[in-house]
Design a protein around this ligand. Structure first.
Ligand code: KG4
Ligand code: ZN
Length: 340
């Protein structure tokens, strides 16, 4: 069964074709991403109006390329999955309107997918063994940080979320303060590799608080004031990057393990753009193995951590076989779409 996925919730225009069959599992036939990073770099963050215009320019060529690379015709597609939210309103509109038009013209069912649900499903693309439920997923991206309990297939319960900034945003804003580039996550983690031992100490926000919510804006402020007090900070960028990464990773891992224990989960998963962070991947995996005996750990291949359409097609497949489709003229784009 061929599924076309379309993703335009932020600054990546993406389309992918998955071939999913009960017998041979999931094959990613194409995963095309037109990134706008270079365009937004000079502003130090995504400019929504520019992002929307870029999506409009690239969406059709990107979808065409996904079909050509997959070696299939539009008529062979079984369903079209598209990110319906959450995300930037004008960015989402470009993908949803394109998907609606194609669903009408090609007479294909349309499947609205929640962006977070997409990130979660990146875990299901290259499975080595079946996911056991209940499972918990830590999703860390530029716009979201949350812990979702998966009681079964498509059964989501958010048990913790950020009260302010997302973890990816903390990386991005930290990098902006130190003027080391955009997006901050990969740059911070690269600098951290060169760090020497230091006395720099940043807070681990809400690490011991009750519940599973996160907060990263205080960490950002703490970094700002620490840098202001330290005239030599430009000489210590790797050390600041290491401590920022440590503070974020320690907080994320601690809360995830606590939640996994409380809900007695059988699997712990990781997803989202910041799931590309090597330190987070290693520490979470190791801690699950050490502290949660018997629980499995799963994380997506690096290619499916940051925004892509293969993850949207994967979630779309499960929604499609569970009859969660929408008529082309009934699908609703919602920038605050709930996960359900
Ligand atoms: O999921 P994503 O592509 O977009 C959203 O849905 O927001 O996530 C982008 C975020 C950015 O904040 C970026 O800095 C972060 O993912 N990121 C990383 C790494 N690669 C991307 N954060 C930490 N370490 C990385 N290696
Ligand atoms: Zn994302």
């Amino acid at each position: 069964m061929y599924i076309l996925g379309i993703e335009t919730s932020c600054d990546e225009t993406a389309a992918a074709i998955l071939d999913v069959s009960a017998k041979s599992g999931v094959k990613v036939l194409s995963n095309v991403i037109s990134s706008q990073i270079e365009i937004h770099q000079k502003y130090g963050g995504v400019v929504p109006e520019i992002a929307a215009r870029e999506h409009v320019l690239h969406i059709i060529p990107v979808i065409n390329e996904s079909l050509v690379k997959a070696g299939i015709k539009a008529s062979q597609i079984k369903a079209i999955a598209v990110t319906a939210g959450p995300g930037l309103v004008t960015s989402l509109l470009a993908g949803v309107e394109t998907a609606k038009t194609l669903a009408y013209a090609w007479k294909k069912p349309l499947v609205p997918v929640n962006h977070i649900e997409g990130h979660i499903h990146a875990n299901f693309i290259n499975l080595k063994k079946p996911i056991k439920f209940p499972a918990i997923v830590l999703t860390v991206s530029g716009g979201h940080t949350n812990l979702v309990l998966l009681k079964g297939r498509l059964k989501y319960q958010i048990i913790g979320e950020t009260r302010d900034d997302a973890a990816g945003e903390a990386f991005d804003k930290g990098a902006k303060m130190m003027a080391i580039g955009y997006p901050g996550g990969p740059i911070v983690s690269k600098y951290a590799l060169e760090a020497k031992p230091s006395e720099i100490k940043l807070p681990r926000p809400m690490i011991n608080s009750a519940g599973f919510d996160f907060s990263f804006s205080g960490l950002k402020t703490a970094l700002l004031y620490t840098l202001k007090k330290d005239k030599d900070w430009p000489k210590k960028i790797p050390e600041y990057c290491l401590e920022l990464q440590e503070a974020i990773v320690e907080t994320l891992v601690s809360k995830t393990i606590k939640a996994a224990k409380k809900y007695n989960v059988k699997t712990v998963m990781l997803s989202g753009g910041a799931a590309a962070n090597r330190h987070l991947r290693e520490v979470l995996q190791k801690t699950v193995q050490e502290k949660l005996s018997g629980a499995d750990f799963n994380m997506p291949n690096l290619a499916y951590t940051t925004d892509n359409a293969a993850m949207i097609a994967m979630a779309g497949y499960y929604r499609f076989i569970n009859k969660k489709t929408a008529a082309w003229n009934k699908i609703k784009m919602d920038c605050n779409l709930d996960l359900k």
